[in-house]
Design a protein around this ligand. Structure first.
Ligand code: NAD
Length: 385
């Protein structure tokens, strides 16, 4: 059996990679970039630097800086209009997963029109949008190297998973120096997101020899460095490892899949505006505990890759260590419970079956080693509380 692997055409990785933007746009024979970003990138001076680097190559750029965390259909509308009415030939997604995902959606909607819901999974978006250069500033979603975008439908609060080669950036400039400014909370949330990608890709029913290698390499990089970057954001060595780990984790899940954590996480994000990485973190221990019986050896190998179990440990003991570690990470990285985050109990319990239905509809739970029923999902949500 063969597996199709989809990757960006160019990955530029390491300190200063983002400074290659001018040369990259020129090499692509493009002249009119639209930078899709957010206000924080503007404040940090990252947008100006990208524009300066483009100007140095005599390339004029425009900026759409209205993207929001966890982008919605409404938040990208103005960007889509800009593309429809402008002469842009390349889109630069600069920021965390939210601006990059917005850039992906704007690239497709700007070129082909329609509504985002027309493009949601299970439809595969194979048509090429405007080429995208992704410059991630979190380590993170791995969106710079995934064929995925996640956009929330404003009309029903559904976080729509949209998948296909049309959403794969042509180029990713993976520059860990941009992550030195990420605050501790976001560092933790995004870092756990990356670790979850690697773990879910590794245990996914769609795992394959290629994604396994990426996932294991990602876990080796991410697990030992997560606490380091949380405790000291200026730890360059740890930031570099996290950034590479998150790109590899993105490659792993994009070429396998995510699973139950992500399936259950999206409704929590959409209904209560919990940042994506944080809702993953809340769910990771409970979902892992539920799933281990169906893939003991895989989870044990993950524990070994994370450096918390030895090759000589039995699978059972490696998995005990894995569970202890996932709870310890949440404690030490101060991951709140849903209640501590501020979600009311009545709101959380009122729509348990809607959340379960949305989780199942996304398709991700079907890739979990233990495939849950709607009732199982509801039980895990209750357990979270
Ligand atoms: P984000 O992009 O929403 O950013 C979170 C916050 O951190 C924002 O306020 C942002 O301005 C700030 N920030 C980002 N980089 C910073 C920096 N270098 N310095 C200081 N502040 C910075 O967060 P995210 O977790 O990267 O992305 C989340 C989004 O990505 C969600 O919508 C999620 O669904 C999506 N996602 C997409 C994929 C994919 O493959 N496309 C995978 C996982 C998640």
């Amino acid at each position: 059996m063969s597996t199709q692997i989809i990757l960006p055409r160019i990955l530029e990785i390491g300190a200063g990679a983002s400074r290659k933007i001018g040369a990259m746009v020129k090499d692509m024979n493009c002249q009119r970039p639209l930078i899709v970003t957010d206000k924080i990138m503007l404040q940090l001076g990252y947008v100006e630097r990208v524009r300066d680097d483009l100007s140095a190559m005599n390339i004029d750029s425009d900026v759409f800086d209205e993207t929001v965390p966890e982008p919605t259909t409404r938040s990208i509308e103005a960007g889509v209009e800009l593309v429809k009415n402008g002469q842009y030939d390349v889109i630069i997604g600069l920021g965390g997963g939210s601006p990059i995902d917005s850039a992906k959606a704007i690239s497709i909607l700007g070129k082909y029109g329609g509504q985002m819901r027309d493009y949601k999974f299970p439809r595969l978006v194979t048509e090429p949008g405007l080429p995208i250069i992704a410059i991630p500033t979190t380590a993170g979603t791995g969106s710079e190297a995934t064929r995925v975008t996640v956009i929330t439908d404003d009309t029903n609060d559904e976080k729509m998973l949209c998948v296909g080669i049309g959403f794969m950036p042509t180029v990713a400039l993976v520059d860990y120096e941009l992550t030195l400014s990420v605050p501790a909370r976001t560092t933790a949330d995004t870092g756990i997101d990356a670790l979850t990608h690697a773990l879910e890709a590794y245990v996914s029913k769609k795992a394959n020899a290629f994604s396994d290698i990426q996932a294991v390499a990602a876990m080796k990089l991410l697990a030992p460095n997560l606490r380091r970057v949380f405790n000291n954001g200026q730890d360059r060595e740890a930031r570099e490892a996290m950034m590479l780990g998150s790109t590899l984790a993105g490659i792993a899940f994009s070429n396998a899949s995510v699973a139950l954590v992500h399936g259950m996480s999206r409704p929590i994000g959409a209904f209560y505006h919990v940042p994506h990485g944080l809702s993953n973190a809340m769910l990771l221990p409970a979902v892992t505990e539920y799933s281990i019986p169906a893939a003991e050896h895989r989870y044990a190998n993950a524990a070994r890759a994370m450096g918390i179990a030895q090759a000589s440990d039995s699978d059972a003991s490696a998995n005990q260590r894995l569970m202890a570690e996932l709870y310890a990470i949440n404690r030490e990285l101060e991951v709140p419970t849903p209640a501590e985050f501020g979600i009311s109990r009545s709101q959380f319990f009122a729509n348990l079956s809607i959340k379960a239905d949305q989780a199942l509809a996304s398709g991700s739970p079907a890739n979990n080693p233990r495939v849950p029923s709607a009732d199982d999902i509801i039980e895990i949500y209750k357990q979270l509380w």
